[in-house]
Design a protein around this ligand. Structure first.
Ligand code: SAM
Ligand code: SF4
Length: 329
């Protein structure tokens, strides 16, 4: 699958639910309304769409949300998708999770061919954790991480850098990750969705964070690349890696290899734009697989060259109106 700029699409991110058991303040408003169940693609439909993408050349699928592990039937979906791991068509089947339900599922995920997962954790302090997530208990996440490590899953910690919230503990978190053999990725806040507050107050440019980290750590640019927006550095002291996702301060679109499917079957061609093609209607339409292919082709033809995020001091609203839990980052 190639888009009009010659980029090959090999990576599909799938948000299996918009629901979450946390309400991270940079991601959601406190009083979010979630989609009614009947609007969601069924597990069978999610499998059908993912499998068509695999047949057409996708080699990596990331399951996300909302919180993917709170979607009923998500492990059935993982089980179904694992056949593409067994056949070798899928090189990677992975997951981004807040970790709250991970203790229950880590071993089964590993058994189904998941090698590595991303777990979001913005702080190690229980009070700050509660302040950020509004509903979360850090203990459950730490237990989930222990279970993941015990199951042999490789873990990358995703941390959103938040001025005035966790900027003082990023270096300590890097040390903590090093002790546990976890990589870490720092993320800048992105202007997605109305969160009932000013995001710019917490916006922390990662260039600044990197500069501060170099006082404690020896960071050298790493050869590791994913085609995504992360720039990786090797950390001499821990032997692990740190990635910096800077969609606001850098352009990363030239090598973009991905598309994003939502739980309602909308296919977004770019995280930073609102254009989308609905695959649910195609899937449920009279033409079945042929209709689905035509819809995917329309999306390929419409994939934009790049995003146009902006986060300026005094900006009244988000650049993109959907929340991060719709497409899952
Ligand atoms: N619930 C899962 C989790 O938290 O990992 C998966 C979905 S969550 C939307 C995916 C990632 O997006 C998380 O690492 C989260 O911290 C990040 N995220 C959410 N809203 C964001 C925003 N406005 N800017 C930057 N990152 C955001
Ligand atoms: Fe939920 Fe993840 Fe959004 Fe936090 S970042 S509210 S855990 S979807």
């Amino acid at each position: 699958m190639q888009d009009v700029f010659g980029r090959t699409i090999t990576y599909l991110r799938v948000s299996v639910t918009d629901k979450c058991d946390f309400r991270c303040f940079y991601c959601m408003a406190e009083d979010m309304t979630f989609l009614p169940r009947q609007d969601l693609l069924s597990i069978e439909e999610l499998d059908a769409v993912c499998s068509r993408f695999v047949e057409r050349g996708v080699t990596k699928i990331r399951i996300t949300g909302g919180e993917p592990l709170v979607r009923r039937g998500v492990m059935d979906l993982m089980q179904k998708l694992s056949r593409h791991r067994q056949s070798g068509a899928l090189r990677e089947l992975t997951l981004t999770t807040n970790g709250s339900q991970l203790a229950k599922h880590a071993a089964e995920l590993k058994a189904l061919g998941v090698e590595r997962i991303n777990v979001s954790l913005d702080t190690l302090d229980p009070d700050t954790f509660r302040r950020i997530t509004r509903l979360g208990e850090i203990r459950a996440v730490l237990d989930g991480l222990d279970a993941a490590a015990a199951a042999g899953l490789k873990v990358k910690i995703n941390t959103v850098a938040l001025r005035g919230v966790n900027d003082g503990e990023i270096s300590a978190m890097l040390a903590w990750c090093g002790e546990r053999g976890f990589d870490m990725t720092l993320i800048e806040t992105m202007p997605l969705g109305d969160i009932g507050g000013e995001r710019v107050d917490n916006y922390l440019p990662l260039a600044k964070v990197r500069e501060t980290l170099t006082r404690d750590w020896t960071l050298t640019p790493s050869g590791h690349a994913t085609g995504g927006p992360s720039k990786y550095f090797d950390i001499a002291e821990t032997g692990r890696r740190i990635g910096f996702i800077t969609p606001l301060s850098d352009h990363f679109c030239d090598a973009c290899n991905r598309m994003r499917l939502t739980c309602t079957g909308d296919l977004y061609m770019c995280l930073g734009q609102d254009d989308r093609v609905n695959l649910r209607d195609a899937l449920r339409g009279p033409d079945g697989a042929a209709g689905l292919d035509r819809a995917i082709d329309r999306a390929l033809a419409a994939k934009p060259r790049g995003h146009d995020f902006q986060i300026e001091p005094g900006d009244a609203g988000p650049s993109v109106h959907r929340h991060m839990n719709v497409t899952g980052g």
